[in-house]
Design a protein around this ligand. Structure first.
Ligand SMILES: [Zn+2]
Length: 92
């Protein structure tokens, strides 16, 4: 169960923003990102958007390379979506 990282309200499947999630998936492909999955929710409690980024190590990727990729990804997503958006990066 995911919760809003701004107001901590549990997020329901109805709050999943399918269009935005699909849009981010298109961005992901355009950026050539692998080993990552985006889910975009609009919280009805506080009006913020929550972007959940699930990241997992690629085959043969070192721990340091993975950490580095995680940091860069977090920065990129925050830059792309700055306004009233919480970015939550989770390692899978
Ligand atoms: Zn909220």
């Amino acid at each position: 169960m995911r919760e809003c990282s701004h107001c901590h309200k549990p997020l329901s499947p109805q709050e999943l923003a399918r269009e935005e999630s699909a849009g981010m998936e298109a961005e992901r492909k355009a950026l050539g990102l692998q080993g990552v999955r985006f889910l975009y929710y609009n919280c009805t409690g506080c009006g913020y958007a929550d972007i959940f980024v699930d990241i997992h190590p690629l085959e043969g990727e070192t721990h340091d390379a993975f950490r580095q990729r995680r940091r860069e990804l977090e920065t990129t997503v925050r830059q792309l979506h700055a306004d009233r958006v919480e970015v939550v990066v989770t390692e899978k």
